[in-house]
Design a protein around this ligand. Structure first.
Ligand SMILES: Nc1ncnc2c1ncn2[C@@H]1O[C@H](COP(=O)(O)OP(=O)(O)OP(=O)(O)O)[C@@H](O)[C@H]1O
Length: 368
């Protein structure tokens, strides 16, 4: 644990009554000053983690530490945490100023201090001058900002955001993603953001935790998770992927689609069955005799920046290609890729084993 750690989960399980656990033996650390995202499909346990951190619920098993102190039973109002909810939970009968001032009034701060803090918080979210507006007169994006101002005005050590952008249309959502990211950098407060939108997670986060079925499948920077997905679930969930079965021939050599290819992976067993991931944007269209794979073009969609081309190889595997080049439906083409574009995944590997293998690979020793 580093002294930058603000939250630590140690083997936390959460179970309601006799139902199966909604969080299952989860451990992780959150460091000060970073932007974290909990990413995963509906029902995987994202909100449960936020509620445990906020203190709205307590773990069935395991421990939660805040600044290295166990807080399992510490109530929400005694934690230095503020939550921004999906529906913002603003008070409709109070104006913008009073919504933001609410927590400070409860703390019974002097009115000139409240005034100063509220104005400063509103300035941070670009809502200076909106103090007297009623909530119902504010747009979705502006309400969002009021909710954020209400969280930051308390100067918490941690802000939890539960799908705060999901009610906004695409354009505003993209703008708010940018604003939130900037705000977090400027404030230096740790943000934990929940979303089921992988593009949003990749764009905003310093670190992403990918969750599935009450477990963390993989954690890391957006690049780590995109470039080196640990398993099929993560590869599928983060961006589009081509995934086929393969066999490890030896270190740096893998076989799939009845052909042998150079790769950059090592530390697996000889003849071990593996899964191969190649991202659609890493496949380059060539003539059939130059390509490493020979495929037939099945369909093609223009996506504005690139063509999304679906092809099939002789073994019947589908290959999705993102290319600025157009292909002819029904024609035979070649697909070219570099050894580093092949990502080899070991079946059933845990994150710990994966990290160890990657570390050994980077250091140049591959005892498995
Ligand atoms: N109070 C409760 N009693 C029983 N089960 C609950 C309770 N709260 C949540 N659950 C269950 O726990 C699981 C995880 O819920 P959670 O809200 O953490 O998921 P989520 O990943 O945030 O999903 P979403 O993206 O849909 O909000 C779900 O199956 C949910 O039904």
């Amino acid at each position: 644990m580093s002294d930058q750690t603000i939250i630590r989960f140690e083997n936390v399980t959460k179970q309601y009554d006799n139902d199966p656990a909604v969080l299952n033996d989860v451990s992780f650390e959150i460091e000060r000053g970073k932007f974290y995202t909990l990413l995963g499909p509906s029902g995987c346990g994202k909100t449960t983690i936020l509620r445990l951190i906020a203190g709205f619920i307590s773990p069935s098993k395991g421990d939660i530490y805040f600044n290295n102190k166990k807080v399992n039973e510490v109530p929400a109002n005694k934690r230095q945490v503020n939550t921004v909810f999906q529906d913002y939970a603003l008070f409709p009968h109070l104006n913008v100023f009073e919504n933001v001032a609410f927590g400070l009034r409860i703390k019974k701060l002097k009115s000139e201090i409240i005034n100063q803090k509220v104005i400063e918080a509103l300035k941070f979210v670009n809502l200076e001058g909106y103090e007297k507006r009623e909530i119902k007169e504010m747009s979705g994006g502006q309400r969002q900002r009021v909710a954020i101002a209400r969280a930051i005005v308390n100067e918490p050590e941690l802000i939890l955001l539960d799908e705060p952008l999901s009610a906004l249309d695409l354009k505003l959502r993209t703008e708010m993603q940018y604003e939130l990211r900037e705000l977090q950098r400027n404030l230096g407060i740790t943000f934990i953001f929940v979303t089921h939108d992988q593009e949003e997670a990749l764009a905003m986060s310093d670190e992403i935790f990918v969750l599935n079925n009450g477990k963390i499948e993989q954690s890391g920077t957006p690049n780590d998770i995109y470039d080196e997905p640990i398993n099929r679930f993560v590869a599928d969930f983060i961006g589009e992927s081509n995934i086929v079965e393969g066999v490890m021939v030896e270190d740096y050599v893998v076989r799939f689609t009845s052909k042998t290819f150079a790769c950059v992976d090592a530390g697996l067993n000889q003849n071990e069955t593996v899964e191969i991931v190649i991202r659609p944007e890493d496949l380059e269209i060539t003539s059939p005799d130059v390509g490493k794979l020979k495929v037939k073009v099945d369909s093609q969609l223009f996506r504005g920046v690139h063509y999304e081309i679906s092809c099939y190889d002789e073994d019947g595997n589908e290959w999705l290609v993102h290319s600025t080049k157009k292909a002819i439906v029904g024609s035979e083409i070649g697909l070219y890729f570099e050894p580093e574009d092949i990502h080899v995944m070991r079946l059933g590997e845990t994150e710990e084993e994966f990290d160890k293998r990657l570390e050994a690979y980077e250091e140049g020793s591959y005892e498995s």
